[in-house]
Design a protein around this ligand. Structure first.
Ligand SMILES: [Zn+2]
Length: 180
């Protein structure tokens, strides 16, 4: 239960950060007279989709993804690298690579595409588009490819959690036409 509360706390904290960034982008777009970047009804839909996705994902991580990670960890190499700049960099690059493979699979396998299509169903790129996700992601099982390889190698579960959430945070800032 404690983990679920932590997850909901982080969803709320990052939600507030994302709202602030989206608000700042919206004001910037208006000030510079750009049109067609923000569509209020679509932005609201993006926020609602992002919120429901992250709440379900956070609860899934707290309730079963972490437990799955730890049980796979038992069967893996249990490398347990020391915390150093090199090992943390290696994990960041590795998690990004696993996401790349996961993302390709989400586009190639219909089962996973059915949950990912929501993310690509907007013609407008702005920060709120990053949040246009489907809550079925946590239930579809495609997250396994993101978590499982690191568990088999033997990275600490909390490191992996930070690396994955950090990767999502980084990806948020890629979804705009303003960053070139
Ligand atoms: Zn995609």
């Amino acid at each position: 239960m404690q983990d679920v509360l932590h997850a909901l706390f982080f969803v709320t904290a990052f939600g507030a950060l994302f709202l602030a960034v989206i608000g700042a982008e919206y004001l910037y777009v208006r000030k510079t007279g750009q049109t067609g970047v923000y569509h209020p009804r679509e932005t609201l839909a993006n926020l609602a989709a992002g919120f429901s996705y992250k709440v379900v994902d956070g609860i899934a991580i707290a309730l079963f993804i972490q437990a799955f990670y730890l049980s796979v960890y038992e069967w893996g190499l249990q490398w347990q690298p020391e915390a150093s700049v090199l090992s943390i960099l290696a994990l960041i690059v590795f998690i990004d690579f696993c996401f790349f493979v996961n993302h390709v699979m989400m586009h190639k396998v219909r089962w996973f595409w059915s949950g990912h299509i929501t993310h690509h169903s907007s013609a407008h790129m702005n920060f709120s588009t990053a949040l246009r996700q489907n809550f079925t992601f946590a239930l579809s099982g495609s997250w396994v490819l993101w978590w499982l390889p690191a568990a088999l190698i033997g990275f600490d579960k909390d490191w992996v959690l930070f690396a994955i959430e950090g990767n999502l945070l980084y990806q948020f800032f890629l979804h705009t036409v303003l960053v070139e």
